[in-house]
Write a protein that binds this ligand. Structure first.
Ligand code: COA
Length: 157
């Protein structure tokens, strides 16, 4: 059976189904109260959030941001999150979301898309390879405030 997949842009926090919020951030995101801060971040022209619906049911989400360049370089779209709800996987939904982001990057005149993927995430690596991404080995350097093993790490109050 083939499901009809549609891709739409989220302009406010209300456009994002709680199931998708939960997939992104776990319980903490689902139970957090949408704030003006969220809406302000989402409504920025540089923020691109795409939602995939399968037969009108929310199935997946891609969160990305365009970081401005201050010189003549065009810059990249950075994909921070890509999540497909487990019941909707292996139906081409991630492919459709990333493909739409690729189209938008072209429309914006950017240099391409960049993202991070863990070496052990074979599913995601296959997906990106199939969509024409190349892989460049790199080190992730991060400076963390707090203990990342704390279940509430990276969560607001
Ligand atoms: C990785 C993920 C986004 C793939 O989503 P999906 O909608 O199931 O992927 P698609 O159906 O569009 O698959 C497209 C291609 O990706 C590859 N792929 C997807 N899932 C795969 C899996 N479980 N194993 C191997 N290859 C896989 C295949 O090449 C597939 O093409 P094919 O179906 O013709 O073989 C999804 O499994 C997910 O949400 N995982 C948890 C979050 C995550 O890892 N996000 C990526 C962070 S970088």
């Amino acid at each position: 059976m083939t499901n009809a997949v549609t891709i739409r842009r989220a302009d406010t926090i209300g456009d994002i189904d709680p199931q998708l919020m939960c997939a992104l951030g776990g319980r903490s995101a689902a139970s957090s109260t949408p704030s003006d801060l969220h809406d302000a971040a989402i409504s920025r022209e540089s923020t691109l959030i795409l939602i995939a619906d399968s037969d009108s049911k929310p199935a997946g989400i891609l969160v990305s941001v365009q970081v401005p360049k201050l010189d003549r370089r065009r810059g990249f779209l950075f994909v921070d999150e890509l999540q497909i709800l487990p019941a909707f996987r292996r139906r081409g939904i991630a492919r459709a979301l990333v493909h739409r982001a690729q189209e938008i990057a072209k429309e914006k005149g950017l240099s391409g898309i960049r993202l991070l993927v863990r070496p052990r995430n074979g599913a995601a690596r296959n997906l990106y390879r199939a969509l024409g991404f190349s892989a460049a080995k790199t080190f992730l350097c991060q400076w963390l405030i707090g203990d990342e093993n704390d279940p509430n790490y990276n969560c607001g109050s």
